[in-house]
Ligand binder design. Structure first.
Ligand code: ZN
Length: 310
């Protein structure tokens, strides 16, 4: 059966992945490849990691299939005009030409690059929890907090490509210092590592989000308070976004979003507490409808559904 496939790439601060994805948002089995990146890797090592996964995915193209394009989701900030990336957690890359690097590896297909948060939002809108939700905020709550916006059924206009990054929206009542230079950013309050750090200041002895999840499930009062604090901050940030944008759905994924269902309960409660407006309270705050394949599916949407970003 002839098939048109996208080569999807997800570049992040801990790993880079590539896979072939069909026009219904499904990964082609056996084509997914991963390499480590990391804050201490050299630029040459990062380029080698990208080259390895992209070349391996390209080489796994099945018979009777062809590549229609390459979609790249990258940790930001990005510059979509130049295809350069400056990932906050990858300090050796500032203005690095990631799009051109990948274009050189796959000369037969056009390359489209966007920020990873937008790719998540597009994936949720295409095949995830936000299908048919014309106004959608996709969020990742993990090592950091990222996001992207679909408004009116397409990516929100964004001249540099960095729009929708709710992680650096300020949450009232908090002044936690953020790596972006701000204070009280959602990411500085509610990311997995920052939530664990807050819990440790209260006497928690675990070290990871997984430790916090286990402690929360056991009813540990510090873990319960830490998840409530993160969920409340998420709810307040979502309420601000809903006031600004009249959202239908907020779909939240990422490793730390699964710390406990209570994270969502606190976010929904804070949303209602924060605003008496029915148009804000109506927002559906839901878990991502995608597995950990979401970032790759969203990168593939850049290729298979170009009308989303037109
Ligand atoms: Zn910030």
């Amino acid at each position: 059966m002839p098939r048109s496939l996208a080569l999807a790439v997800d570049f992040g601060g801990t790993k880079v992945e590539a896979a072939l994805v069909d026009d219904r948002g499904r990964l082609v089995p056996g084509t997914r490849h991963r390499s480590a990146t990391g804050a201490t890797a050299s630029s040459d090592e990062l380029e080698a990691a990208v080259s390895h996964v992209v070349s391996a995915a390209r080489a796994s193209l099945p018979d009777h299939a062809w590549l229609v394009g390459v979609g790249v989701g990258a940790a930001g900030p990005v510059d979509v005009a130049t295809g350069h990336v400056s990932p906050l957690n990858v300090p050796v890359w500032r203005g690095h030409p990631l799009r051109d690097l990948i274009a050189g590896l796959v000369p037969e297909a056009p390359v489209t690059l966007r920020i990873d948060g937008l790719c998540i939002a597009l994936a949720e809108y295409w095949v995830g929890a936000g299908r048919d939700a014309a106004n959608l905020l996709g969020m990742i709550v993990s090592t950091g907090v990222g996001g992207g916006l679909v408004l009116g059924g397409r990516a929100a206009p964004s001249p540099t490509g960095n729009g929708g990054h709710i992680g650096h929206v300020e949450v009232g009542g908090f002044d936690d210092v953020c790596a972006c230079g701000g204070r009280g950013c959602l990411e500085a309050v509610a990311s997995g590592p920052r939530t664990v750090a807050w819990a440790r200041m209260q006497g928690f002895t675990g070290e990871t989000g997984e430790d916090l999840a286990i402690a929360h499930a056991a009813g540990d009062p510090i873990a319960v308070a830490a998840v409530e604090r993160a969920g409340t901050a998420i709810g307040h940030a979502v309420a601000s976004a809903a006031n600004l944008l009249d959202l239908d759905v907020v779909a939240i994924g990422g490793g730390f979003s699964r710390v406990s269902p209570a994270l969502f309960e606190h976010a929904r409660a804070a949303l209602v507490e924060r605003s008496a407006f029915p148009f804000v309270a109506r927002v559906q705050v839901v878990p991502s409808g995608l597995s950990d394949e979401g970032p790759l599916v969203g990168a593939a949407a850049l290729v298979h559904r170009p009308e989303f970003i037109a």
